[in-house]
Design a protein around this ligand. Sequence first.
Ligand code: KG4
Ligand code: ZN
Length: 392
Amino acid sequence: MKILGIETSCDETGVCVLDARGDINNDFAFDVKGNALASQTSIHALYGGVFPNLAKREHQKNLVPMLEIALQEAGDLRETQAPLSAKTSAMLLTTLEREGSLRESLVGFLSKYEKPDIDAVAVTYGPGLEPALWVGLNFAKALARAWDVPLVGVNHMEGHIAVSCMEFSDTTGHMRETRFPILSLLISGGHTELVLSKEWMRYELIGQTRDDAVGEAFDKVARMLGLPYPGGPEISRLAEEARHKKITPDFKLPRPMLREDNYDFSFSGLKTAVKKIVDARALLNVERKHMIAREFEDTVADVLIGKTIRAVEEFGVETIVVGGGVSANTYIRSELARRLAEKGFVTQLLIPPPKLSTDNAIMIALAGYFRAQKKEFADFETLKATGNLSLA
Ligand code: KG4
Ligand code: ZN
């Protein structure tokens, strides 16, 4: 089955063509035929964060070019002489009524190219920034209608879990061996969650952040240190340098909620604690920045790993899946593995390659395939962008 995956929940515009086969329970495998990603981070960096309406405009601009690249890579971009039917033109007018320039570019695309060899369109419909989600969703609806193929609505967080469960070798991949129960630690710019699954695609939320998401905390602390957006990779780089140069912090940050008997998180107090340290001195020199980045990353790792390990013990977890942009963090990845080994746990640890940890369309096409296998196709009229969509 060939799936066109579309992702626009935040600041990455992703389109891919995935050729998938087999069953999630045993022989699932795939080829990434084409994959295109336009990152808006350098635009948002100018403002220090993501602005939903700016993200929306960028998605409107980037979707058709990304579609062309993905189909071109897949060898599935063939020119047509047939004019666009009146019915399709009318459909585009209504489906993309609110999408400004995107409608014109899609009219141009559909007038120029034949229907590709695609069996279904999968798109993120939540969680995320609603104005951004709507663009991708309306675009997916327009394509699925124009090509007369089914539409699959994908939960972005299920996409992060799905991609983490795959073994990749270049552009092909397959399902890694997994044992239940699975615990997913989902850490991104919008989420910090611990989710338990006793079978595929069923989720029980056992803990979540009560305020800021962990990626958001990375981004805000980076801003305090005068580092660009997105802050995660910047903080991580400084923290790594500090460890390497043996720059040891002369202060300690609180480990919020680490000792509390639940699986919830809180990062807003931590952010305030960092602000106090920053404000305590008139000058924020390079050494001080190194200390703050290192202690902040240590703290976040302690809290995330502490709670994860406790959940592994309590629920007899056999597989840990780590997903979301923050799972690209080298220190959190290696510390989690180290501490599990130190405890003598044989729990499997599944983390995607760093470049698939952050948002992309492959993860959406993977989850879309699994939903399509269950015949969970979307109703074009009722599927809505849902900013606060949850897994459970
Ligand atoms: O999953 P993602 O790409 O988008 C959302 O769904 O939110 O996650 C983006 C978040 C940002 O907050 C970014 O700072 C963080 O992931 N991030 C990192 C690293 N790379 C990205 N955080 C810590 N260390 C990293 N290496
Ligand atoms: Zn994400």
